[in-house]
Design a protein around this ligand. Structure first.
Ligand code: FAD
Length: 434
């Protein structure tokens, strides 16, 4: 079988891969030196669009509109761009075997790809209910959302089941964004999740109360404190009902499951050091294996600001870690180094006409400020997290670009707080004046 050889190979063709390619081009690569090998059939795109504008009935996003790097206000890298740069985009190609000691990857079709430097950018995959053998979870019209193929299948079902009933399983950001998108498509939406409130890993009860109230006012039913334990199907195999642990039964024409992801590290198991479920790297995204780097969702890296090592599954980190790794690779070739990665965690979500941003860490005591009434015409509210007398995290719904910048700054600078009462009284002003 064929064998091809490249100086640099990026395995995975998602967000990190696209931003890494742009950085390689910036730093200078010769034609034929760099290859991106991706299971997907399209050039790298901004994945967050899939649970937002991609599903809208009007004004929807479609490729080539959201190829990287438009999500961060950069140039849109169309397939032609890769060609012009002499970067090989090897699409619809799944790598099924990695030999890190032999510096070789093997595709499902049996092709071998040799490299000098490897960038692992395989991202995550969704956790499926079939993984837990939930009864009937293989029925038709039960969807997950990770890539454009998933999004297209969901779109087809949305069109086929006009005005039908949709059950969303999971109350994370994917569940919340999809709940809104399906409601906008005029489906009757019910969300089900086991926790006492939505987005429990980030939201406080107060923050969640706003979104749950807002969603209820939009006509979305929320069923909390229980899980889907089984599904029934019609004779044609399409899902009919969702059975909940508390005994309730919900009718469904479409089910969308968003119960989390799992980093795709299996290819490299036993060949590279892992930690916290990801591939362990240093502040330059170098792994324990020489000439092998890991970025984006799969990397467990030193988060300098909190003096901890963490894995982060957010698009902003995917972009920045990719750029950092490429800078480090190119600097190393000249015997130079770059500054250590100093990341400020940043996460955002948008649904209906809402938009929030979060920076920093969500640990310690919390202070809520602003107008968090779900019936408010223009809700704007936020929360600070305070640990050991310092603000370490900040959340803001409905902020202007300037206000969002201010909460980012506060999370980075971690100013001392005199009293919690004072912080509450000052609210957003506290961040604006830093
Ligand atoms: P990915 O972008 O997932 O790319 C991985 C690539 O590797 C894919 O192309 C995959 O097909 C390919 N691949 C995997 N294994 C192989 C293999 N064996 N062979 C070949 N190719 C392979 N983050 C936010 O901060 N805000 C948001 O609003 C937000 N919305 C999101 C909405 C959705 C629907 C999803 C799925 C994610 C969202 N995220 C969001 C998370 C964000 O998109 C990810 O953190 C980011 O895409 C990670 O980038 P990555 O390059 O590590 O992985």
């Amino acid at each position: 079988m064929a064998e091809r050889s490249f100086k640099y190979v990026i395995v995975g063709g998602g967000v990190s891969a696209g931003y890494a390619a742009r950085e390689f081009a910036k730093q200078g690569v010769k034609p034929g030196e760099l290859a991106i090998i991706s299971k997907e059939a399209v050039a790298p795109y901004e994945r967050p669009a899939l649970s937002k504008a991609y599903l809208f009935p009007e004004g929807f996003a479609r490729l080539p509109g959201f190829h990287v790097c438009v999500g961060s206000g950069g140039e849109r890298l169309l397939p032609e761009w890769y060609k012009e740069q002499g970067i090989e985009l090897i699409l619809s190609t799944e790598i099924v075997k990695a030999d890190l000691a032999g510096k070789a990857l093997v595709s499902a079709a049996g092709e071998t790809f040799k490299y000098q430097v490897l960038l692992i950018a395989t991202g995550s995959t969704v956790i499926k209910l079939t993984d837990f053998k939930v009864q009937g979870a293989d029925a038709k019209n039960i969807f997950y959302l990770r890539d454009i193929v998933d999004a297209d299948s969901l779109l087809e079902a949305i069109k086929a089941k006009k005005n039908g009933k949709c059950v969303i399983v999971g109350g994370g950001y994917i569940g919340l964004e999809l709940g809104a998108a399906l409601k906008i498509n005029d489906l009757d939406v019910t969300m089900v999740y086991p926790e006492p409130w939505c987005m429990p890993r980030l939201f406080t009860a107060d923050i969640a109360a706003f979104y749950e109230g807002y969603y209820s006012n939009k006509g979305i039913q929320i069923v909390k404190g229980t899980v889907a334990v089984g599904f029934t199907a019609h004779d044609n195999g399409e899902v009919k009902e969702v059975h909940l642990k508390d005994g309730r039964v919900l009718e469904a024409d479409i089910v969308v499951v968003g119960v989390g992801g799992r980093p795709l590290t299996a290819l490299f198991k036993g060949q590279v050091e892992e930690e916290k479920g990801g591939i362990k790297t240093d502040a330059f995204f170098k792994t324990s294996v020489p000439d092998v780097y890991a970025v984006g969702d799969v990397a467990t890296f030193p988060l300098k600001l909190f003096n901890e090592i963490r894995r982060v599954e957010h698009v902003d980190h995917a972009r920045k870690s990719a750029e950092q790794a490429v800078k480090a690779i190119k600097a190393a070739e000249e015997g130079k180094t770059v500054e250590e990665y100093d990341y400020l965690p940043y996460f955002y979500s948008r649904s209906f006409d809402l938009s929030w941003q979060f920076y920093g860490d969500n640990v310690g005591d919390t202070v809520l400020f602003g107008d968090n009434s779900p019936t408010s015409a223009k809700p704007k509210f936020g929360t600070y997290w305070i640990k050991e007398g310092k603000v370490v995290g900040a959340f803001l719904e409905g902020g202007s670009p300037e206000e969002n910048k201010a909460i980012a700054k506060i999370a980075k600078l971690q100013p001392q707080v005199e009293t919690v009462e004072q912080l509450k009284a000052k609210g957003l002003d506290f961040a604006m004046k830093i």
